[in-house]
Design a protein around this ligand. Structure first.
Ligand code: SF4
Ligand code: SF4
Ligand code: SF4
Length: 292
């Protein structure tokens, strides 16, 4: 995917249904549970059209952590509201309303401001502060489009052109060294459809690879095991800290992760209980840091 500063010709035009129709064949194992083959041809076609409208950020903010296709399926089979795609914003909600033949709805709010050209929440990309990266590799399996490269104990890098800005790599990072930067990205309708098809393919490739690693015991270990092994190397060889400091560092990292997750959830929907939990965790973190 290339971040291009295009003219506004795609911008102010009303959202239209993408012309690309995807067939629901050769899908990753993860999607077997959707049982798409048991649905009517008409339902399958509608799911494919909805999926083609969705940004393919695979961020899970629509309450479907396994991505856009499960959300598209739920819209058709569970009659889930069609306005839950946060990165898609109002243009995607409008396009889905048109596709479903329904009145449109206000799109789910985003913590990012609206891009004046695209009408969608402004896009972001993740960037690692490489000087702070401890090479723990935890961010790698979190990335749904394999945009992060690096090996244990070495700094990691994100291919910004491939990053969707899904933010999923932020919570696992124990040292908070991943920043988000806003980008201007206003592709034409056709370019966006092509980019989304590319991202969908990258996500499916990622899922296929993970499934293969988890099932082929003779050749590869599951991703999590490899990460754990690399983390073990980091702990044993690279980080020279005493046991108490290590314990405190890990506890602080866990608290930061929980706070980030809550921040993400609260940015989508206010929730007093989660807000109170966030404040409690923040106080706990500050106490921990004061004692360190
Ligand atoms: S991009 Fe939209 S549909 Fe896809 S996972 Fe994120 S919120 Fe859900
Ligand atoms: S690098 Fe991070 S923000 Fe970018 S796609 Fe991967 S997980 Fe998402
Ligand atoms: S999770 Fe953070 S510290 Fe670990 S490799 Fe990724 S960017 Fe570096």
């Amino acid at each position: 995917m290339t971040d291009t500063l295009h003219s506004a010709h795609s911008a102010q035009t009303p959202a239209r249904i993408p012309i690309i129709e995807e067939r629901l064949t050769g899908l990753p194992l993860l999607f077997d549970s959707l049982q798409l083959e048991s649905l009517s041809t008409q339902a399958q076609k509608l799911i494919a059209q909805i999926d083609a409208c969705l940004p393919q950020t695979q961020c899970g903010l629509c309450d479907h952590p396994d991505g856009c296709l499960p959300y598209a399926t739920a819209i058709v089979t569970q009659h889930e509201p069609f306005n839950k795609c946060v990165p898609g914003g109002q243009p995607v909600t409008d396009a889905l309303a048109q596709l479903l033949g329904q009145e449109t709805l206000p799109a789910a709010p985003s913590k990012w401001k609206t891009d004046e050209i695209s009408g969608r929440p402004v896009e972001v990309r993740a960037v690692i502060r490489e000087a702070d990266c401890i090479g723990c590799t935890k961010c790698i399996p979190a990335c749904p489009v394999d945009a992060i490269v690096g090996t244990g104990k070495h700094m990691h890098t994100i291919f910004t052109d491939l990053c969707t800005g899904c933010e999923l790599c932020l919570p696992p990072c124990p040292v908070d060294c991943i920043d988000l930067i806003e980008v201007e990205h206003s592709p034409t309708e056709l370019e966006r459809a092509q980019e989304q098809a590319h991202l969908r393919q990258r996500y499916h490739t990622h899922l296929d690879r993970v499934a293969e690693q988890m099932t082929n015991r003779s050749r590869a270990k599951p991703v999590v095991s490899m990460v754990e092994a690399k983390l073990g190397n980091v702990a044993n060889q690279a980080i020279d800290i005493d046991a108490a400091e290590a314990k405190s560092t890990i506890a602080a990292a866990k608290l930061r992760t929980k706070i980030k997750k809550l921040d993400k959830q609260l940015s989508v929907r206010p929730n007093p209980a989660k807000q109170a939990e966030r404040e409690r965790l923040q106080a706990e973190l500050e106490t921990l840091l004061d004692e360190a």
